[in-house]
Write a protein that binds this ligand. Structure first.
Ligand SMILES: Cc1cc2nc3c(=O)[nH]c(=O)nc-3n(C[C@H](O)[C@H](O)[C@H](O)COP(=O)(O)OP(=O)(O)OC[C@H]3O[C@@H](n4cnc5c(N)ncnc54)[C@H](O)[C@@H]3O)c2cc1C
Length: 482
């Protein structure tokens, strides 16, 4: 039997790789973890979730200060934002979390951590800094990078991506964001609130293309009211550097061409898998432009080589990467066959208000040919929302023909937290009756979950048939007021 240096080798120390490394080592597997950057944590910690959510909070504080009068307070005289101070706060949050992802912590768990650029020599061996390392199993968790679209002139026009965005030397006076997906939209609101004039150019007919159009349009209206300018159905033709800024030629939905000018161009047009240089083709691991192809046990065509996280191009979220990392550990180390199931994978776009989703939305249900009934509750009818000055947004619940929830979308304050009740309910097959009957504290935003469940059930409970039955058996006398 072949002898290998390690039971498992992992390429990439981000959300997926760290999950695989800690799980494998704690199960007693001899584990090697390699990252090409000289630190662990990946995109989420350094250039993604953590800096973006920290920035969003800073921009929210400024927004609330700007709107102090709406809360009965004296107006606040605002001075311009010093972006290095904002960056310093972002840096300090990253540094605090980084301790959890330190090589020392992983070494204590039993993981050997190496830094450098690995490449496969054969399907059990990689070369790192001229030295071969062999492993019985390999996991590729190298994440993704910003996809730079082929736009004429872009190669000679300075632009930024999420890698530079959180450490800018000053707040840009103006910014053109190419791409209306979650990253572009979250950042459009955050920078607009800090004082940047923001324009979003989106090629499709709605922002946040995965979401139902009514929910995405609702978000767009809120951001538009705050000052973000949107161009939908618009294509970027060319870009160039000009005196005092950058210029972008855009063909608009109306069929004309306009030139947009800004100090900064932010590219947020999607992601591309980090596979260059790994020599995957030489060992028969297949990939396309979205990512490495895997089956539902996260195995590539070479069954002892797994891939997880953004590099597979499936669901590009930190919690999806962690989930898939767990599937790899089950299959590769525990030898317990386990398949990934994304039916109830939730996600959230952290605009203010947030837009969170689990299961089917109308778009996905229609595409899948699933018939559903739709139940809606508005946040303007939620007492806590009104008290907090947040009465915008709504909850949409999709039920199958048997009255079972198949999807929830929430657009509202803290929607990312509110969806968790549905995460538990849908994964645990909890009945609507249980949610409607469970006492929720008053006044909370989460009462909207109970209310939408109750709305469906009350139609049944307070039906004419029930009323007639009660009148017959218990001699009820009916309405007391005409
Ligand atoms: C601005 C922004 C905001 C985001 N916000 C959220 C959010 O709020 N919630 C959410 O769930 N997701 C969010 N995401 C997505 C999230 O960051 C990713 O889904 C997540 O980081 C994927 O984890 P991963 O382990 O697959 O990749 P990563 O975390 O990127 O880790 C990959 C690691 O592999 C290393 N690597 C790359 N190439 C090689 C190589 N050749 N050899 C060795 N190592 C290599 C990298 O250095 C990196 O450390 C956001 C992303 C961005 C860009």
């Amino acid at each position: 039997m072949a002898v290998y240096d390690f039971d498992i080798g992992i390429l990439g120390g981000g959300s997926a790789g760290l999950t695989i490394a800690s799980g494998s080592a704690q199960l007693g597997a001899k584990t090697l973890l390699i990252d090409r950057e000289p630190r662990l944590g990946g995109d989420c910690l350094h250039f993604g979730c953590v800096p973006s959510k920290t920035l969003i909070m800073t921009s929210r504080v400024r927004h609330l200060m700007n709107n102090a009068a709406g809360f009965g307070l004296p107006g606040v005289k605002m001075t311009p934002v010093n972006f290095p101070d904002v960056s310093a706060r972002i840096r300090s949050v990253i540094d605090t979390i980084q301790k959890h992802d330190s090589p020392e912590r992983f070494c204590n768990l039993g993981v050997r951590v190496e830094f450098g650029d690995p490449a496969f020599i054969d399907d059990h061996t990689i070369r790192l800094d001229g030295r071969p390392y062999t492993a019985k199993n390999w996991a590729i968790a190298t994440g993704s990078s910003p996809l730079i679209p082929p736009i004429q002139g872009l190669e000679t026009t300075p632009f930024i991506t999420n890698r530079e965005l959180f450490s800018l030397g000053h707040l840009p006076e103006s910014m053109i964001i190419l791409g209306g997906g979650p990253i572009g939209i979250e950042m459009s609101q955050a920078f607009c609130r800090l004082g940047t004039k923001v324009t979003v150019v989106q090629h499709g007919s709605q922002i946040l293309p995965k979401e139902d159009k009514d929910m995405a349009d609702y978000v767009m209206q809120i951001l538009h009211a705050e000052g973000v300018v949107f161009y939908l159905d618009s294509q970027i033709i060319s870009a160039r550097d000009s005196i005092g800024g950058r210029e972008v030629d855009v063909s608009t939905a109306e069929g004309g061409t306009i030139t947009l000018r800004a100090k900064v161009i932010l590219i947020a047009t999607g992601r591309t898998p980090n596979i260059a240089g790994l020599r995957l083709e030489s060992i028969g691991v297949e990939s396309d432009k979205k990512g490495i192809k895997v089956d539902n046990r996260m195995r590539t065509g070479r069954k002892h080589i797994y891939a997880a996280g953004d590099v597979t191009g499936r669901y590009q979220f930190t919690h999806a990467a962690g989930y898939e990392g767990g599937i790899v550990v089950s299959n590769a180390i525990f030898h317990l066959p386990r398949k990934a199931d994304y039916t109830f994978l939730p996600w959230c776009t952290y605009t203010d208000p947030e837009l969170a989703s689990i299961g089917m939305n109308e778009k996905r249900a229609k595409e899948a040919g699933i018939s559903y009934s739709l139940w809606i509750e508005e946040f303007r009818d939620n007492d806590r929302s009104l008290a907090e000055g947040e009465g915008t947004g709504k909850l949409k619940m999709l039920l199958d023909q048997g009255g079972k929830p198949i999807g929830i979308q929430i657009l509202g304050a803290h929607a990312g937290e509110l969806i968790s009740e549905w995460v538990a309910a849908m994964n645990g097959n909890v009945k609507l009756m249980t949610i409607a009957g469970a006492v929720h504290p008053y006044p909370t935003l989460a009462e909207i979950n109970k209310k939408v469940a109750g709305a469906y059930l009350s139609k049944k409970i307070f039906s004419d048939t029930v009323k007639k039955g009660l009148a017959f058996f218990f001699d009820l006398k009916g309405r007391a007021c005409g």
